[in-house]
Design a protein around this ligand. Structure first.
Ligand code: RP5
Length: 165
């Protein structure tokens, strides 16, 4: 199976990114996680992106906050799918991160998840890899079925609470 790259602009993003890694591990997806900054280590970002396909990666997740240019700069240097994960920043609640990631110019797409949408970043990466991986597609199917069951259980509990009103 191809690997997922989980890049973050700073180790201060790790608290959010940990949820992405947890979900990838739950599916048994191989990954590498790195701190690479679009601004502080731009050459490393370029080199990582240019080598990513040859290094066995199939999808790249790029988490960053504030003026969050990591996903965009990575996408500029590779044709691999890039998923942007906006980190909730302290001053503007992550709106700065979201807009920096989502507003890409035509020609350089970045698939952007919600502010702090760490689990969805992993799920989207899994779904991309599952296009050519039946076993992973099956795991995703089970994940969705279990999620649906948990929602049905919550619905039943809610009906009970309503009856008690
Ligand atoms: C961004 O700046 C990082 O992705 C991080 O979210 C933010 C702050 O970085 P630190 O100053 O905490 O290293 O590049």
């Amino acid at each position: 199976m191809k690997k997922v790259a989980v890049l973050m602009g700073s180790d201060s993003d790790f608290e959010t990114v940990a949820e992405t890694i947890t979900q990838l591990k739950a599916f048994g997806i191989p990954f590498e996680a790195r701190v690479i900054s679009a601004h502080r280590t731009p050459y490393d970002a370029e080199r990582f992106a240019k080598n990513a396909r040859g290094d066995g990666f199939g999808v790249i997740i790029a988490a960053a906050g504030k003026a969050a240019h990591l996903a965009g700069i990575i996408a500029a240097y590779t044709a691999l799918p890039v998923i942007g994960l906006p980190i909730k920043s302290s001053t503007l609640d992550g709106l700065d991160s979201l807009l920096s990631i989502v507003q890409m110019p035509a020609g350089i797409p970045v698939a952007t998840v919600a502010i702090g949408g760490a689990q969805n970043a992993a799920l989207l990466a899994a779904q991309i890899l599952a296009v050519s991986d039946e076993a992973l597609a099956e795991k995703l199917g089970i994940f969705k079925s279990e999620m649906a069951e948990s929602i049905r259980a919550r619905d039943i509990k809610l009906q009970a609470r309503i009856r008690e009103l």
